[in-house]
Design a binder for this molecule. Structure first.
Ligand code: HGY
Ligand code: MN
Ligand code: MN
Length: 415
């Protein structure tokens, strides 16, 4: 069974163009733009011959029945939402490679033993609901709580309302969550979002594990004052305190770069108030995100940072607090799935390289339901979460070929 490279590339072009025109490429979850993309995807799923529906958690799922009764489904897919001003391929490559594999199976008359489900997971990227990510895969795996559903975004919409807005049925999420062991396997094709495969000229990366991610809300409290009339020794400038925390976090994370499991720390989101050129910042609220394969290091980084920098901030007449937002442990990809990917790549003469994922993915939650694996393809200069993100048509097709081969092998090998 072969995949159609031209059709895959044409679909990538079509879906990526459904973006906020003023900030390519942007298709934020829970927006009308996202629904445009979903409508297009659902039409493509149906045209390809998939039984298509949206599940309770808002995931778009296209299904092909298997030949053997009672076998658990193989899931393949990714996400179709983006970060603001993100790239064209993060997420949709995995959804459209999965669709290409499913359609090629149907067209070639190949029937798998297992049911096959192509999934577009809702809101994989940090959402406007307090930054919560992987919302659809949390819902599918029973990890979306009533507290999550009660989160509200700036315009007042609750996550519960948001899931209904995209066609989900929030009241049914708890009951319809899938059970551990309910899937045969999950595979996702994704751009690497790093430089390893490009540097080593390897077309396929076999992911070994997905890093753990912890996000905390750090609040620095000072006092808003007149920027002209307030002498420097009397100020409580919250942004100066935030700068000390940011500098300290950067240095501590940098120091781990040579470790076997390095840690990365990012303050990517920051709000200053009153945020006026002529006012001393009275408060800073920012998100500390820490990632590593080393779970213990991730869980203690924020607490240690605040504890150690707090005296310096007190001397600046500032207070600092840290509140957890989310915490996801690192997850290992399943050996049987990794082997199937390696065998499929070999059968397609595609060179491979094992590597960890520094990015988070829905597979972290889907791993609660069964064995997972990820197939990385190179992207230009490793760039992602930026409009410069780029891949070649052949690279996209290589990912789809490896996926097609791995699905066929897992279908033969798994019960
Ligand atoms: O943030 C991540 O790692 C992923 O791109 N959502
Ligand atoms: Mn992403
Ligand atoms: Mn992604």
């Amino acid at each position: 069974m072969s995949v159609d490279q031209l059709r895959l590339w044409a679909r990538l072009e079509s879906l990526s163009r459904l973006t906020d025109p003023d900030r390519p490429w942007t298709r934020r979850s829970f927006t009308s733009r996202f629904l445009e993309g979903r409508a297009w995807l659902a039409a493509e799923f149906r045209a390809a011959g998939l039984e298509t529906a949206i599940d309770a958690g808002g995931n778009l799922i296209g299904r092909i029945e298997g030949t053997e009764q009672g076998l658990k489904p193989i899931l393949i897919g990714s996400h179709s939402d983006t970060v603001p001003s993100g790239g064209r391929y993060d997420g949709i490559l995995g959804v459209l490679a999965a669709l290409e594999v499913a359609q090629s199976l149907i067209e070639s008359g190949t029937r798998l033993r297992h049911p096959l489900e192509v999934v577009d997971f809702l809101a994989e990227e940090p959402s406007e609901f307090e930054g919560l990510s992987c919302i659809g895969s949390r819902a599918m795996s029973g990890a979306l709580t009533p507290q999550h559903l009660a989160l509200r975004r700036a315009d007042g919409m609750s996550l519960e309302e948001g899931i209904a807005y995209v066609g989900g049925r929030p009241a049914e999420i708890a009951l319809s969550a899938r059970r551990p062991g309910s899937i045969a396997a999950y595979l996702e094709v994704h751009i690497e979002q790093g430089r390893v495969l490009e540097n080593e000229a390897k077309p396929v990366g076999i992911v070994t594990d997905i890093v753990g991610i912890r996000r905390e809300r750090i609040t620095v409290t000072g006092r808003a004052d007149h920027a002209g009339a307030t002498p420097m020794p009397l100020r409580s400038d919250a942004l100066v305190g935030a700068a000390r925390l940011i500098e300290a976090a950067y240095g501590r994370a940098l120091a781990t770069s040579g470790d076997e499991q390095p840690l990365v720390a990012t303050f990517g989101k920051i709000e200053v108030s009153p945020n006026a050129a002529n006012a001393v910042p009275g408060e800073v609220v920012m998100t500390l995100e820490v990632r590593s394969g080393n779970e213990a290091a991730v869980s203690t980084f924020g607490t240690a940072l605040v504890r150690d920098v707090q005296p310096e901030l007190a001397a600046l007449r500032l207070a600092v607090t840290a509140e957890p937002i989310s915490n996801v442990a690192p997850v290992a990809c399943a050996p049987a799935v990794r082997t199937a990917i390696a065998d499929a790549a070999k059968a397609n003469d595609l060179g491979t390289r094992d590597l960890p994922s520094g990015a988070g993915h829905d597979g972290v939650f889907v791993s609660r339901l069964g064995p997972i694996g990820m197939i990385f393809v190179p992207c230009l200069d490793g760039r992602s979460h930026a409009p410069e993100e780029a891949i070649e048509p052949g690279q996209a097709a290589d990912g789809a070929r490896a996926l097609a081969g791995a699905v066929s092998l897992l279908d033969e090998r798994l019960d």
